[in-house]
Ligand binder design. Sequence first.
Ligand code: HBI
Ligand code: FE
Length: 302
Amino acid sequence: MSRIAKKSSEPSFTVATTSHELRGDYSKAAADFTIQQDWSKYTEAEHALWRKLYQRQAALMPRYAAERVQQSLDHLDFSGAIPNLEAVSRKLQAATSWRLVAVPGFIPDAAFFAHLAQRQFPVTIWLRTPEEIDYLVEPDIFHDFFGHVPLLFDPTFADFLQLYGVKGQEAERLGMTQYLARMYWYTVEFGLIREGGKIKAYGAGILSSFAETSFCVDDPSPNRIAFELERVMNTLYRIDDFQETYFVLESYSELFAALQRDLRPIYDRVKALPDHAPDAVLCDDCVYWRGTGAWKKRKRAG
Ligand code: HBI
Ligand code: FE
């Protein structure tokens, strides 16, 4: 499965401090970590790998992806080659006033939050190698683009993500980034949503992962629990395997409403409480599916 494993594990979500640990070329990055995509530099082999990744994931979308994701894929159709960020940015700006900026890879939280707060989504420009088609340590352009860009065309989600950036800057000031980052992880990266009574995937880490796309919806192993901000902020997550719990929205406006308040009392409560394990089910959870945990047991049995 292609896993979006952050270089750092729980609780710190801080991007690696020195760029030599990261794969991208940061030497030409501006102060805000943006670079030129230089689309002409991609090789035919990279475009061919992109087409293979795209076709494999696009085939899964009708059954597993949230409606908005499918609509955007149809509207954009970037199946033929690695997308040119500027060309897509023009369509995105017309839709939700967001634009895409090219980055070498992971960037420090503060820079990332600042881009989101300005309705700019950082997109890594390098593509994985064929050997990494199913396992990836850092997000590449396929994860960032196929996973994240389609949902930026949803006006409500687009407004939420900008608010996330603003709240991220506040979290940095309060020293609470790790708690807000859990929300990002369990929604923007690995979130599910109920549409027409069916559970669908909208998280980028899921949508860009061949195996996790079906696992998160079909497999009896993981829990599926209604999203609640404080619950998510208090819950640890896995960075190197499928999630043990997925949180489910009723609508994207829930995300906006969750952050559109003073978060400081929530941070105070969450900081004082012990973290919940990734597979925890709590008595006041609204549980859509209580997982069997079979995946984790199988992995342990090796
Ligand atoms: N940088 N390029 C990039 N992409 C991310 O998704 C990203 C990042 N830096 C930090 C980060 N994500 C997380 O720590 C967020 O929760 C802030
Ligand atoms: Fe991501």
